[in-house]
Design a binder for this molecule. Structure first.
Ligand code: CUA
Length: 151
């Protein structure tokens, strides 16, 4: 008899817990902002869109910038973006954790092997921006950078 009460209580608790988790995830958008997709880090070169990294036009003034980080470089390394373009940056790593920061902007992401991290940014300000890796990733960390040119 007691067992039945405890079982009911247990299931009740589980239900409440799941409801709380579910509601907070959906209603409050509680999911992590990045780590949208998983990817096999050893097969990045064969996995679209990272088999052809670069800027892709996806709509009127909208672009996708697919990038690969690896010790100690970003691919592509020099990117030209039309002024006013809304760019969704997707980035993954082939080896260790890197950082992806576009100096002077709010673009700042972790780049983790096994995950694709994304961030959307509209580049309104023409100029040259430096991409830096801001996570220590090894001996060549300080040399790991790239350039975005907004024209
Ligand atoms: Cu890549 Cu530090």
């Amino acid at each position: 008899k007691y067992e039945k009460i405890w079982l009911t209580f247990g299931i009740g608790c589980l239900f409440v817990f799941l409801t709380v988790v579910g509601v907070s995830a959906f209603a409050e958008g509680n999911q992590p902002p990045s780590c949208l997709t998983t990817i096999d880090p050893e097969k990045v070169d064969q996995t679209p869109p990272f088999n052809k990294p670069g800027l892709v036009k996806t709509g009127n003034n909208e672009y996708q910038l697919n990038m690969v980080a690896s010790a100690f470089t970003f691919t592509p390394n020099q990117i030209e973006i039309p002024k006013g373009a809304k760019v969704t940056i997707n980035i993954t790593s082939k080896d260790v954790i890197h950082g992806f920061e576009v100096a002077g902007t709010n673009v700042n992401m972790m780049v983790e092997p096994g995950y694709v991290n994304s961030f959307t940014k509209t580049f309104n300000q023409p100029g040259e921006y430096t991409i830096v890796c801001n996570e220590y990733c090894g001996a060549g960390h300080h040399m790991m950078y790239g350039r975005i040119k907004v024209v």
